[in-house]
Design a protein around this ligand. Structure first.
Ligand code: BES
Ligand code: MN
Ligand code: ZN
Length: 496
C-alpha cells in the first residue's frame, strides 16, 4: 500500500479528490476549525441522533453535497488525540470503509495536530488490516480494495509526518514478516526454513550477517539442553545467529565501549510443540505451530531495524527445532547438561522452551551484551495471568524494564511487568540435578522466568512471555506479529 502526506487544498478538505475522506474529530464538540460544509454534515448527523460526539463513535455518509470525495467517514477521537485514542478512532473509521469501493482514502485529523506518531499508527493499522495469508491458500480474497492512504497535514508538519510514515512502513514490514512466518504450517516452516529466511533477509542488507550452527556445532559447544529437545525430530535443529552492525556508521559521537556492546534478542523457535513424551492434548494442538512466534518476532525486528538503518549493533539468536515424542525422545526424569554447565532434570518434556532458551542465553555471553531480551511463547500460565492484551515482562534490570514498557506504550504493543522474587525459585529444586525444568502450576509464568534467570546472570536481562499475544485463536486464527512494534521502538530509542 501507498502512504503519502497531503497538503489540504486552498478550498479545504471538501476539495480533496480522493475516493473517501476519513474525518477524525478530536473533540467532544464540533471543532471550530472544521469547515462549514463538513460542520453542517456532522451537526446534521448529531441532531438526527445518528452520531454522538463521543470517542469511539463513527458514521458513514455517502455523497455529501459540496464534498468532492464520494464517501465520508466521520470518527470521533478523545480530545487529547493521543496515539492510543487516535488508533481506536482510526480503526472505527476504517471499519466503515473496509468493504466498500474506496481505493484512495484521505485521512484528516481536525481539532488537534497530527504528528509522526499519528502517521506511524495509520500505517500500522492499515497494513495490519490488509494483510492476507496466502502461502498455502493462494485463493484467499483481498482484505480490501484500499491502495493508497493520504494523511492531510500542514506544510510545516510534512517532514515529521513523512518520517512517521517511513517508520510505520518499516515496522509494518517487520510485523508482516513475523506474521507470515508464524502463520505457515509446521510442515512448511521448519527450522531449516527459518534459517533460509534469515539468510534471505541478510542478502537484502549489506550490514546484516547470518550464521547457522548445525547439530554437530551445537554438540561441540555442549548445548545439551537445546539438543535434548531436538533429539526426536526428523527435522534438523538450527541455531541461527544474526548480526546487524549499524553503530559503526553513526556520525554521532559515542563512547566507543558503549557502541560496541550490542543488544541481543533471543527468540524461541519451536516450529512445532507436541509436548514431546509429556504429550499435549489434541484440541488446539495445531496452534503449537505458532510456538516459533518469538523467533518470528526476532526476524521481523531485524527486518525493521535494517529497513530503518538504525545506528545500533544488534545480535539475534534463534534456537530452532521441533519438540516431538518418539523412540529417541528425551524422557521425564532425564538429566541433561546445559551449555552453562548447570544440569537440568527434565521433569516435563512440554516445558521445552526454557530448555532451548537457556543455552541461547549462555551463548549470548560471548557478545558481551549491553542487554539481552528473550521473546518466547513460553507458558500457558502467562495467558491465564494477562490474557491476550499484554505480553508478560520480567527483568533483572530496572532501566531495561522501564524502557521496554515505555516502548510498548509508544508502539501500542503493551506489556506488563511480573515479579522475579527469590521465593519463586524454590519450586525449581531437584534431587537429581542443579534444577528441574518445571515448578508446578502456581505462578507458572514466573517459575519459567526464574528458570531462565539462572542462565542470565552476566548481563542486564529481560524476558517477554508472548504466549497470549503472538497469535489469535478461533475465527480470526492467525499470528499478530507482536512484539515486533515494541522491540523496534525499544531499539529506535536506544539508537537515539
Ligand atoms: N508453547 C507452550 C506454551 C503455550 C501453551 C503457549 C499454550 C500458548 C498456549 C510451552 O512450551 C508449554 O508447553 N508450556 C507448558 C509448561 C508447563 C509444562 C510447565 C505450559 O504452559 O503448560
Ligand atoms: Mn511445550
Ligand atoms: Zn512450547
Amino acid at each position: 500500500m501507498d502512504f503519502k502526506t497531503l497538503q489540504a487544498p486552498k478550498d479545504g478538505l471538501c476539495a480533496i479528490s480522493a475516493d473517501a475522506l476519513l474525518l477524525v474529530l478530536a473533540a467532544g464538540s464540533v471543532p471550530a476549525s472544521l469547515e462549514a460544509t463538513l460542520a453542517a454534515a456532522v451537526k446534521g448527523a448529531v441532531d438526527a441522533g445518528d452520531l454522538a460526539l463521543e470517542a469511539g463513535r463513527a458514521l458513514y455518509l455517502h455523497r455529501v453535497p459540496g464534498l468532492k470525495a464520494t464517501r465520508l467517514a466521520v470518527t470521533v477521537c478523545a480530545a487529547s488525540a493521543a496515539p492510543a485514542a487516535w488508533r481506536k478512532a482510526l480503526a472505527a473509521g476504517m471499519a466503515l470503509l473496509k468493504g466498500g469501493g474506496a481505493r484512495h482514502v484521505a485521512v484528516a485529523l481536525v481539532g488537534a495536530d497530527a504528528g509522526a506518531e499519528h502517521a506511524e499508527a495509520l500505517v500500522a493499522l492499515a497494513e495490519d488490516a490488509t494483510y492476507v495469508y496466502r502461502h498455502t491458500k493462494p485463493s484467499a480474497p483481498a482484505a480490501s480494495r484500499l491502495e493508497r492512504l493520504s494523511l492531510v497535514c500542514e506544510k510545516a508538519q510534512a517532514k515529521a509526518i513523512e518520517a512517521g510514515l517511513a517508520r510505520g512502513r518499516a515496522i509494518a514490514a517487520g510485523v508482516a514478516l513475523a506474521r507470515e512466518l508464524a502463520n505457515r504450517p509446521a510442515n512448511h516452516c521448519t527450522p531449516s526454513h527459518l534459517a533460509a529466511e534469515a539468510r534471505a533477509l541478510a542478502r537484502r542488507h549489506a550490514r546484516l550477517a547470518v550464521q547457522v550452527l548445525e547439530r554437530k556445532d551445537a554438540e561441540k559447544l555442549g548445548m545439551g539442553a537445546f539438543l535434548a529437545v531436538a533429539q526426536a525430530s526428523h527435522q534438523a535443529p538450527k541455531f541461527i545467529v544474526l548480526r546487524w552492525q549499524g553503530a559503526g556508521t553513526t556520525k554521532v559521537a559515542r563512547a566507543p565501549k558503549a557502541a560496541k556492546a550490542p543488544v541481543v534478542l533471543v527468540g524461541k523457535g519451536i516450529t512445532f510443540d507436541t509436548g514431546g513424551v509429556s504429550l499435549k492434548p489434541a484440541p488446539e494442538m495445531d496452534e503449537m505451530k505458532f510456538d516459533m512466534g518469538g523467533a518470528a518476532s526476532v526476524l521481523g525486528t531485524f527486518a525493521a531495524v535494517a529497513e530503518l538503518g538504525l545506528a545500533i549493533d544488534l545480535v539475534g539468536l534463534v534456537p530452532a527445532c521441533e519438540n516431538m515424542p518418539g523412540g529417541g525422545a528425551v524422557k521425564p526424569g532425564d538429566v541433561v547438561k546445559s551449555l552453562s554447565g548447570q544440569t537440568i532434570e527434565i521433569l516435563n518434556t512440554d516445558a521445552e522452551g526454557r530448555l532451548i532458551l537457556c543455552d541461547a542465553l549462555t551463548y549470548a555471553e560471548r557478545f558481551k551484551p549491553a542487554a539481552v531480551v528473550d521473546i518466547a511463547t513460553l507458558t500457558g500460565a502467562c495467558v491465564i495471568a494477562l490474557g491476550h492484551h499484554r505480553s508478560g515482562l520480567f527483568s533483572t534490570d530496572e532501566a531495561l524494564a522501564a524502557s521496554l514498557l515505555e516502548a510498548g506504550e509508544r508502539a501500542g504493543d503493551l506489556a506488563w511487568r511480573l515479579p522475579l522474587d527469590e521465593a519463586y525459585d524454590e519450586a525449581l529444586k531437584s534431587n537429581f540435578a542443579d534444577m528441574g525444568n518445571v515448578g508446578g502450576r502456581p505462578g507458572g509464568a514466573i517459575t519459567a522466568a526464574k528458570f531462565l534467570q539462572r542462565f542470565a546472570s552476566r548481563y542486564g536481562w529481560a524476558h517477554l512471555d508472548i504466549a497470549g499475544t503472538a497469535w489469535k485463536s478461533g475465527k480470526e486464527k492467525g499470528a499478530t506479529g507482536r512484539p515486533v512494534p515494541l522491540l523496534t521502538h525499544f531499539l529506535i530509542a536506544r539508537a537515539g
